[in-house]
Write a new protein. Structure first.
Length: 137
């Protein structure tokens, strides 16, 4: 299956016209649609994206996300077991800069054998995932 994990950074860039990665996000989203990629995300990413949009841009972008973008995504709910595995990875890494949302994303991607992430967060590439769009150094 051609699943691509969608991260908060891509969702925000897609909806925030003022974001420097907005054009790249729109282009990548169009490319993924043309590839018939199945776009998946997690309940943690949905929560994080809504919180970020609301805090930075207000309620209207949240409405647009909920109405126009969320229906295009298969939301995978973070279970108690997945949270425990992600917490184990976070604590074992001893890294301050990677959030529990990201660790849950990495864990979920590995369990579902998802190799590509629609993201602008290079922590995903450091974890061994292919980024869409590909980030230049």
């Amino acid at each position: 299956m051609n699943e691509v994990f969608v991260d908060t950074s891509a969702l925000y860039a897609l909806l925030a016209e003022s974001d420097g990665k907005h054009r790249a996000a729109r282009s990548a989203a169009q490319s993924l649609r043309s590839q018939d990629a199945r776009l998946v995300t997690s309940s943690f990413v949905v929560l994080e994206a809504i919180s970020l949009l609301q805090a930075r841009l207000g309620v209207e972008p949240v409405r647009v996300f909920y109405r126009d973008v969320l229906p295009l995504l298969k939301v995978l709910w973070v279970s108690e077991e997945l949270l425990h595995r992600a917490m184990g990875a976070l604590l074992a890494s001893s890294q301050r800069g990677i959030s529990i949302t990201d660790w849950s994303s990495f864990t979920l991607m590995r369990e579902r054998e998802i190799e590509r992430a629609f993201t602008f967060d290079d922590d995903f590439s450091r974890q061994g995932f292919e980024l869409v769009p590909e980030l230049s150094s």
